[in-house]
Write a protein that binds this ligand. Structure first.
Ligand SMILES: C[S@@+](CC[C@H](N)C(=O)[O-])C[C@H]1O[C@@H](n2cnc3c(N)ncnc32)[C@H](O)[C@@H]1O
Length: 277
């Protein structure tokens, strides 16, 4: 559609942001929302308004960037992680470090949920093990929030009382992650669509036992999804796991990965090939 291309070219030139990476129906829905909120009567009128406004470009970009997250967001995924995947990794890795990459971590809920499961396993089991989680997001404001780890009580709906008491300090309505839960987490900014970098620099060589890339793929065009999947899947170790969001499982029905438990969104790399090309 000519008008969308026109808007996309303008946003690229003025803001250096590629809105054409976003999936067609999501992009159209977002544009309709902005057309309505800016009180424009048509896409042509909105395009003219966008070019004259000093703020509308930023508003459009912000509307495209969903950063909603939750602790223990998908109950089945986290149950399979807790009962099957993490205990078997602990057994398999013996004294070697367990390495995890949370590739679009938003404000940190996903990372801290995994860290809580690992700490519980470490404290409750006989096996001693080390782990490191590399938590990245494209948006530096999200990474800063994740590092701080402060949430309103409403964000803790999926966190049981015992976990809330052990891993958060409470002040009025604010719950803050305790420093000891952050000790094995390395936060950094990382753009999954940047072709020049393959894994977080702090991880040095990738080779992760688990990569979680959840609730992000469906916003992008099939070409960009493939680009992201090619990147992250190469960093998963042989027989390691790639985890997606509930609504993205279809995207990941990928030849070199197999879902280990129906509907869980947890896929295991098949061992017969070293990497995807
Ligand atoms: C909807 S949140 C999902 C957060 C978390 N993974 C979850 O499932 O709850 C999507 C996140 O993807 C991040 N994101 C968007 N584009 C990205 C990119 N190209 N590279 C890395 N992160 C990106 C956004 O900043 C946002 O924090």
């Amino acid at each position: 559609m000519k008008e969308i291309k026109d808007i996309s070219d303008f946003i690229m030139q003025s803001q250096g942001f590629d809105i054409s990476s976003y999936e067609d129906s999501f992009l159209k829905k977002t544009l309709h929302k902005r057309i309505s909120e800016s009180k424009s009567n048509s896409i042509e009128e909105y395009s003219t308004f966008l070019k004259q406004s000093s703020t509308e470009g930023n508003l459009l970009i912000a509307s495209l960037q969903n950063n909603y997250s939750e602790f223990f967001r998908n109950a089945l995924t986290f149950a399979v992680l807790e009962r099957i995947v993490l205990p078997s990794l602990v057994q398999k890795k013996k004294k070697k470090e367990i390495r995890i990459w949370s590739a679009a971590c938003a404000q940190g809920q996903e990372v801290y949920s995994i860290a809580i499961l690992l700490e519980e396993l470490r404290n409750g089991g006989n096996e001693k093990f080390n782990y490191r989680i590399f938590a990245t997001d494209k948006c530096d404001a999200q990474i800063n929030k994740a590092r701080i780890g402060q949430y309103p009580s409403s964000a803790l709906n999926n966190v049981n009382f015992k976990r809330a008491k052990k891993w958060f300090t409470k002040q009025k309505d604010t719950f803050t992650i305790k420093p000891e839960l952050k000790e094995n987490i390395d936060f950094s900014v990382f753009d999954l669509l940047d072709k020049k970098i393959s894994s977080p620099s702090a991880s040095i060589f990738g080779d992760f036992d688990i990569v979680i890339c959840a609730n992000l793929l469906f916003y992008f065009t099939p070409k960009k999804r493939r680009q992201i999947l090619d990147k992250v899947s190469k960093t998963v170790s042989n027989s390691g796991y790639l985890i997606t969001g509930e609504a993205e499982r279809e995207i990941l029905l990928y030849v070199d990965f197999k879902e280990i438990f129906p509907q869980s969104g947890i896929f295991q790399k098949k061992m017969d090939r070293a990497c995807l090309c």
